[in-house]
Design a protein around this ligand. Structure first.
Ligand code: 13P
Length: 257
C-alpha cells in the first residue's frame, strides 16, 4: 500500500496577510527551483483565517502546487457565534483542509474529544479533509500510557464516521511534549504510536481502509530530522509548526526524499 506523503505547515498565530504572501511565494519558488513533483508529495499550508483570501488569490492565480487549509472551524452553520468561522465560509475560499483538535485548541479552548468529533464530521460534510490531531502530554508518556491515550482519542474522533468518510481524513500524531520544544520524538516513538493508530483504524473499519489513511507526525519536525521520521512504516508525513514559517526550511522538509 503506497500512501502519498503529506507535508502540512501549521502556521498557528503567525504571519499577517502580507507576510503570508511572501512565505507562499518563497515556498513556491523553492519548490520550482528544486523540480518539486507534486505527484510525489502533497503540500498544504494552514495560515491564520485573516491570510486565507490572500493565499487563495496567489495559489489560484499562479496555479501553485500547494493546497491551503484552516487551523480550526466552527460546528455551527451561521448565526450568533461571535468570532467563529463556518465550513461554508472556508469552502467559498477554496479551502480543502482543516486542522481539528490541535492540542493547543484542546488545552487553551477546552475542546473535548466529543467536540473534535463534531468538527471532524462537520468538515467531512463540507467535503474538506479534516486533519485530526491527537497526542499525549508528558505525564501520560512518563506513565507509559501514550498508546492507550491516543487510541482513545482516535476512537472518540471517529465516532459516527463511516469507512468511506474515514478514507477522506488525515490524522496527525503530535506528542504535546514535542511541540515547539525542540524535543522531537525518536523515530521509534513516532512509529509506536502511529502504528497503534493504524491498528486501531483497522479495528474500527478494516485493514484495507486503515492502510489508506495517512498518519502524520508533528512535534519539532525540521529538515534535519524529517527523513528519519519518514523512514518509519506508519508515518506518512508531517504537521510542521515553527519550521513551516521559513520557506527554504519547509521546502527542504517537503523534499525530504
Ligand atoms: P512545532 O513544529 O513548532 O513543534 O509545532 C508542531 C505543531 O504543533 C504543528 O501542529
Amino acid at each position: 500500500m503506497t500512501r502519498k506523503p503529506m507535508m502540512a505547515g501549521n502556521w498557528k498565530m503567525n504571519m499577517d496577510h502580507l507576510e503570508a504572501i511572501h512565505l507562499v511565494q518563497g515556498l513556491a519558488l523553492d519548490l520550482e527551483d528544486n523540480n518539486f513533483d507534486s505527484e510525489k508529495v502533497e503540500v498544504v499550508v494552514c495560515p491564520p483565517f485573516t491570510d486565507i483570501r490572500s493565499v487563495q488569490t496567489l495559489i489560484e492565480s499562479d496555479n501553485l502546487p500547494i493546497a491551503y487549509g484552516a487551523q480550526d472551524v466552527s460546528v455551527h452553520d451561521n448565526g450568533a457565534f461571535t468570532g467563529e468561522i463556518s465550513t461554508a465560509m472556508l469552502t467559498k475560499l477554496g479551502v480543502t483542509h482543516v486542522i481539528v483538535g490541535h492540542s493547543e485548541r484542546r488545552e487553551y479552548h477546552g475542546e473535548s474529544d466529543a467536540l473534535v468529533n463534531e468538527k471532524a464530521r462537520k468538515v467531512l460534510a463540507a467535503e474538506m479533509t479534516p486533519i485530526i490531531c491527537c497526542g499525549e502530554a508528558l505525564e501520560v508518556r512518563q506513565a507509559g500510557k501514550q498508546v492507550s491515550h491516543v487510541v482513545a482519542q482516535i476512537k472518540a474522533a471517529y465516532e459516527q464516521i463511516n469507512s468511506e468518510e474515514a478514507l477522506k481524513t488525515v490524522i496527525a500524531y503530535e506528542p504535546i511534549w514535542a511541540i515547539g520544544t525542540g524535543e522531537v520524538a525518536t523515530p521509534e516513538d513516532a512509529q509506536e504510536v502511529c502504528g497503534a493508530i493504524r491498528q486501531c483504524l483497522s479495528e474500527l473499519y478494516d485493514q484495507e481502509t486503515a492502510d489508506q489513511i495517512r498518519v502524520l507526525y508533528g512535534g519539532s519536525v525540521k529538515s534535519s530530522n524529517v527523513a528519519d521520521i519518514m523512514a518509519q512504516p506508519d508515518v506518512d508525513g508531517a504537521l510542521v509548526g515553527g519550521a513551516a514559517l521559513k520557506a527554504d526550511e519547509f521546502g527542504k522538509i517537503v523534499r525530504f526524499a
